[in-house]
Ligand binder design. Structure first.
Ligand code: ATP
Length: 238
């Protein structure tokens, strides 16, 4: 039996008196692209932070490949192959593209493996290869997003969690970033895609979840969600 990459059960997270997650249930299967949709404040970022071990849960469990990681440290979660690309990209603007990619390998003990993975990133993103000596901060928004994804790929993830990768990008660039996510997925990495841009996300996802006030309100295959009147009205427009 192939195990799920991720199994989240009854997850609860609170910030002081704010209950951000109230019993969240979510799975990501092997090699799946799963979209996580929801309005501002629904709990999307909290979900990703709880998976990464950056935020502690009050109740519930997070399991990766059958192993309980609920209380694991952020570092050991990255070592287990679960990598987060945060909102706003956070690349190092004074370092070159290549140096940024090298930093992605900070948990990888074997140097030659890092070099191999950087070569793969350049194959996925030829634009980064062309700009390898350019400072990160001088890249366009779309290129910076590609660099942030590329850097995560150098850690050798089994699951990559992308927080709003389309944010602030022109439609054509959004399409390029989404294509890159598909190609990364086809090379064997599962994807949890957090997006406000439901249209773009549901185009490439296999399944999706809609969350509201810290709970899943709707889930199913992406094609079903695209046709769901509730989703159409709330997230896809007319
Ligand atoms: P957005 O799309 O706006 O980023 P989101 O779906 O990612 O929203 P979260 O950031 O997970 O939502 O927030 C969920 C709830 O938790 C919100 O009510 C938010 O105000 C609250 N929250 C998030 N972080 C904190 C914090 N550090 N302290 C207090 N409350 C917080």
């Amino acid at each position: 039996m192939v195990r799920n990459v991720l199994d989240i059960k009854s997850l609860e997270v609170t910030y002081g008196k704010v209950e951000a997650l109230k019993g969240l249930e979510l799975t990501v299967g092997d090699k799946e692209i799963v979209a996580l949709l929801g309005n501002n404040g629904a709990g999307k970022s909290t979900t990703v932070s709880a998976i990464s071990g950056v935020v502690r849960s009050r109740a519930g469990t997070v399991t990766a490949y059958g192993e309980d990681i609920t209380a694991a440290t952020p570092w050991s979660i990255v070592e287990r192959g679960i990598v987060h690309v945060p909102e706003g990209r956070r690349i190092f603007s004074r370092l070159t593209v290549h140096e940024n990619l090298q930093l992605g390998g900070y948990t990888v003990r074997e140097g030659t493996l890092v070099d191999k993975r950087i070569t793969r990133v350049y194959e996925h993103f030829p634009r980064l290869a062309e700009r390898r000596h350019q400072q990160g901060g001088t890249l366009s928004g779309g290129e910076q997003q590609m660099l942030a994804i590329g850097r995560a790929m150098v850690a050798g993830p089994r699951l990559i969690m992308l927080d709003e990768p389309s944010m602030g990008l022109a439609p054509l660039v959004v399409a390029q970033v989404m294509d890159a996510i598909v190609s990364i997925n086809q090379s064997g990495t599962a994807v949890l895609l957090i997006e406000q841009n439901a249209r773009a996300a549901l185009k490439i996802a296999h399944r999706g979840y809609v969350i509201d006030s810290g709970r899943v309100t709707l889930t199913g295959p992406a094609a079903e969600l695209r046709a769901d009147p509730q989703v159409v009205e709330a997230y896809l427009g007319a």
